[in-house]
Design a protein around this ligand. Structure first.
Ligand code: RNT
Ligand code: ZN
Length: 416
């Protein structure tokens, strides 16, 4: 324990904040790392295949993972630099078939056996996603809402298979898997018929979700989006569509921070939707202009998300995943920066003098509420974060990047 941490503890205690309680709460938070940051959303189904679905990864920083083993090795390195016990979020096209060609509608738990064994040995959790893009049957931008019945059925079968894999994962690991459905479906320009694709999507999702799966092992989420590259004018799975769908079917809604109007944030939505849904999934990301997937930094937006989760006592009902992909910087560092920032934002929120703020608000003293909120920004959370890293056995701020550099020199640079 450092002197700085002890002094910080006293300062927080004077405001009625228990730093040990905050650290204990943070230690229970599991963040789902997006496997796709490690290989630029490439997957292992079709090496060199083009990325589709309006997803764009820019940059060509050397050293991206080319095989599942390399990706696992990179995730392990990232995890050595992130305090806590976390999860990995897999997409279906990260399957391992031993070289056999297995189409998306035929994927099985066996194709993820190595991921599961690896996760088990590291006491990590796994989450899952059907991959409804980067495939010839998604080339025209439609999947579950496709007008062609055969193509639609193909994607329904893929999503059914994905839920079964999710259940298998959850049971094998003894830790619930969240299977999140995102589809790219939409039009670049204004359609004349918005109704039919939405009706097809609703029916397709109902078909996907028909099979009852033990919620101890798998829970389903649906992820809306305002627009994508190539679907600027119309997205079938819009916010209203999926919010209504999630409420009516008792699913999780996935709120991706990058999927709204550029000035719209998701922090305010958390308490609104949790009035009607048991749980939600967050894709913590950072939108910049047209891009929804920049590395998560410690912005006011991120802090507001963390504050809402903590103030609302929602930590047990909000599943946290990262969702961004940056190929212009070291990919291991990208994971570490985003994950540490999310945890740091949660710690700052856990250290907030919330009880005092609530008292002031209830008393109608809005001046003092604002004053305390602003003063709280300069409380010494850095010393508590350092202690968190130290207790978890990971490097403190300023010390982890050296390990990334070493890893780059000794491992990544050799992937020519
Ligand atoms: C796309 C969605 C989705 C993807 C991943 C790869 O806009 O955010 O979550 O990023 O499934
Ligand atoms: Zn997302």
């Amino acid at each position: 324990m450092t002197a700085a941490f002890e002094l910080a503890g006293e300062q927080y205690a004077a405001l009625g904040v228990d730093v040990e309680k905050a650290l204990a709460s943070l230690a229970n938070v599991a963040v789902s790392l997006q496997c796709w940051q490690g290989d630029d959303v490439g997957g292992f189904e079709n090496p060199g295949g083009a990325l589709g679905g309006g997803l764009a990864v820019t940059g060509n920083y050397p050293g991206k993972a080319r095989t599942p083993d390399e990706l696992r090795q990179d995730v392990e390195q990232a995890c050595r630099l992130i305090p806590g016990r976390h999860r990995l979020n897999l997409h279906a096209f990260y399957l391992e078939t031993g070289g056999a060609r297995v189409d998306r509608d035929a994927i099985e738990p066996a194709h993820f056996a190595r991921w599961i064994d690896w996760a088990k040995s590291r006491q990590m959790g796994l989450d899952f996603n059907p991959t409804c893009f980067s495939h010839p049957k998604a080339a025209d931008g439609f999947t579950l809402s496709h007008a062609d019945e055969g193509i639609r059925q193909f994607w329904i079968d893929h999503c059914i298979a994905s839920r079964r894999i999710g259940a298998h994962i959850g049971q094998a690991l003894g830790w619930t898997c969240v299977t999140n459905i995102w589809i790219p479906d939409g039009y670049k320009d204004s359609p004349v018929d918005r109704r039919a694709p939405r009706e097809r999507l609703r029916a397709a999702l109902d078909a996907v979700l028909q099979e009852e799966i033990d919620p101890r092992w798998n829970r389903d989420a649906v992820e809306p989006k305002l627009f994508g590259i190539g679907s600027e004018s119309f997205v079938v799975g819009s916010h209203e569509f999926y919010l209504a769908y999630a409420v009516s079917r008792k699913l999780m809604l996935c709120l991706d921070a990058g999927h709204f109007h550029p000035t719209e944030t998701i922090s305010d939505k958390i308490s609104a939707v949790l009035g009607y849904l048991d749980e939600i999934l967050l894709h913590v990301s950072r939108g910049v202009r047209w891009d929804s997937d920049h590395v998560v930094t410690l912005t006011d937006d991120l802090r507001a998300i963390a504050e809402e989760i903590v103030r609302g006592d929602y930590l047990g009902r909000v599943h946290l995943g990262l969702d961004y992909f940056d190929a212009s910087i070291n990919r291991v560092a990208a994971w570490v920066i985003g994950a540490r920032n999310l945890l740091k934002a949660l710690l700052i929120a856990l250290l907030e003098p919330t009880a005092q703020l609530r008292d002031l608000e209830r008393a109608g003293n809005l001046t003092a509420r604002l004053a305390l909120m602003e003063d709280a920004r300069s409380l010494p959370f850095g010393a508590v974060w350092e202690e968190c890293c130290r207790r978890a056995g990971v490097p403190v701020d300023g010390a982890w990047m050296g390990e990334v550099d070493t890893y780059e020199r000794t491992v990544l640079a050799k992937r020519a």
